[in-house]
Ligand binder design. Structure first.
Ligand code: PHE
Length: 469
């Protein structure tokens, strides 16, 4: 373990962890999921989950990862082989998320070129152009492949050199452009209705499905529940303050999500678009806003998609890293082999996911591959993965050991230790269980229940064969 690669610097770690957290989840997924789930009430529940569950689970992942100095699977396995499945479940989540994430990453990359090539010339067709593009056969696949190749290049280079550099440069740019878009959107006539939609909770819109969507969004956006932050934590130096790092990353991630919401909804309402419009939201709203600005608009829109692609890359690189670290640590692959073989599988999943948007390919309970990968991970695997980690930490690991890790052997204070411990041991597992049950029951109304139950069964099978994994 002495030669484990380490983060180059303090800022390097925060930027990489925040880089993992901030991605398509914040800028693409959060706004359209909030829109589909009724706005304000969803946002409020999401924020509540981020603060209570998200922060605590992130701290847990950092602590477990650094304590064991092992990536996700090893961290569980080295303590008790019966828990190996909880880590392997994270690797499976990594695979499945990488089965659709590069598809959307490819869209973002494509828009870097589509914008300067005249996308903004005719604002009325921007929506149709997007719909036509993603349901097409070859073009989205081509962009997905380029996007995946960028991932491979970064991860093959190793931890500090590759991941760190990418994160450092483009995050501030992304943040600045979002602010510009938000200001622009807020000054449009009729914009305030968007702010109301986003921040004025209408509690009659809450149900099990909405609450589970908020929980899933919190896990997805913070990169939790699949061992990603365990893996990143395992590369973290013993001097770092884990709680402070977790708080900073959680705050940054949530800040960007809210900012993305503020950038999208006022403009949407001003343009008379439907809040429940779905996955096309950013790809339609942002170009439409900038189309109205003339030449400078084209420059900002292009820069936005450059930054979005980079934010997506710093996230997907961390997803790939979970799978790669597993293959290196547990299966003794070389880094290059681990990267190439896992991304080959991901590429196949991505092809299925991309084609499913045009209605091609296998379906299960009426859902295509893209939706299945998303439903399984976002609604089931991540939250249950987080629940398992909390049970493992609260009931298998020793309290003293955790205290020592989080306080750096007593060198720093963490006054909230007992509250955190109580949350992890009791409150969070019970909450996640209840939210998952009510979300699944609600899912039967919309047809997604069967897929979610399938996810639970997969976890059960993993648990049963844990010692063989
Ligand atoms: N958090 C990333 C995003 O918001 C996605 C992600 C999920 C990354 C899980 C790693 C692990 O885009």
């Amino acid at each position: 373990m002495e030669n484990r690669e380490n983060w180059g610097s303090r800022l390097g770690f925060i930027m990489a962890a925040a880089g993992s957290a901030v991605g398509l989840g914040n800028i693409w997924k959060f706004p359209f999921t909030a829109g589909q789930n009724g706005g304000g009430a969803f946002v409020l529940v999401y924020l509540f989950f981020v603060a209570i569950i998200g922060f605590s689970v992130m701290l847990t992942e950092f602590a477990v990862g650094r304590r064991r100095s092992l990536a996700a699977v090893g961290a569980f396995k080295s303590v008790d082989r019966r828990w190996t499945f909880a880590g392997v479940l994270g690797v499976l989540s990594g695979f499945l998320i990488m089965g659709f994430y590069p598809v959307v990453g490819g869209w973002a990359l494509a828009y870097v070129f589509k914008v300067p090539m005249g996308l903004l010339n005719n604002p009325d067709t921007i929506g149709d152009t997007f719909g036509g593009f993603i349901t097409g056969k070859t073009a989205p696949l081509m962009w997905m492949v380029v996007y995946l190749a960028l991932n491979i290049a970064i991860v093959a280079k190793g931890v500090s050199s590759g991941i760190e550099k990418a994160g450092k440069i483009l995050m501030p740019i992304l943040f600045s452009i979002l602010i510009i878009i938000a200001i622009k959107g807020l000054t449009l006539p009729g914009a305030m209705a968007g702010m109301e939609f986003l921040f004025k909770p209408d509690f009659s819109k809450l149900n099990g499905g909405v609450v589970l969507a908020a929980l899933g969004q919190a896990f997805f956006s913070l990169s939790l529940g699949m061992g990603c932050m365990i893996t990143y934590g395992s590369y973290l130096s013993k001097e770092e303050n884990l709680a402070e790092n977790a708080a900073i990353v959680t705050a940054m991630d949530t800040g960007v999500a809210l900012l993305a919401g503020i950038a999208m909804f006022p403009a949407m309402f001003a343009f008379g678009m439907e809040p429940a419009a779905g996955p096309g939201l950013v790809f339609v709203v942002v170009p439409t806003i900038f189309a109205k600005m003339g030449g400078a608009g084209m420059m900002f829109a292009t820069l936005f998609f450059v930054a979005l692609t980079t934010a997506a890359l710093t996230s997907s690189v961390s997803l790939l890293e979970v799978v790669v670290a597993y293959l290196i640590d547990e299966k003794k692959f070389s880094r290059v082999n681990a990267v190439l073989s896992s991304s080959a599988v991901m590429a196949v999943l991505c092809v299925l996911a991309s084609l499913s948007l045009g209605g091609t390919g296998p379906k299960l309970f009426g859902f295509g591959s893209f939706d299945i990968f998303d439903l399984l991970t976002d609604k089931i695997f991540l939250a249950i993965g987080g629940m398992l980690l909390c049970i493992f930490t609260g009931w298998v690991l020793k309290k003293d050991e955790l205290k020592e890790e989080i306080t750096n052997g007593g060198k720093i204070a963490f006054p909230l230790f007992d509250i955190w411990y109580g949350l992890v041991k009791f409150v969070i597992p019970v909450t996640i269980l209840l939210v998952a049950i009510s979300g699944i029951m609600d899912g039967f109304k919309s047809g997604s229940g069967a897929i979610m139950v399938m996810g639970v069964i997969i976890i059960g099978i993993f648990a049963a064969i844990s010692k063989k994994l």
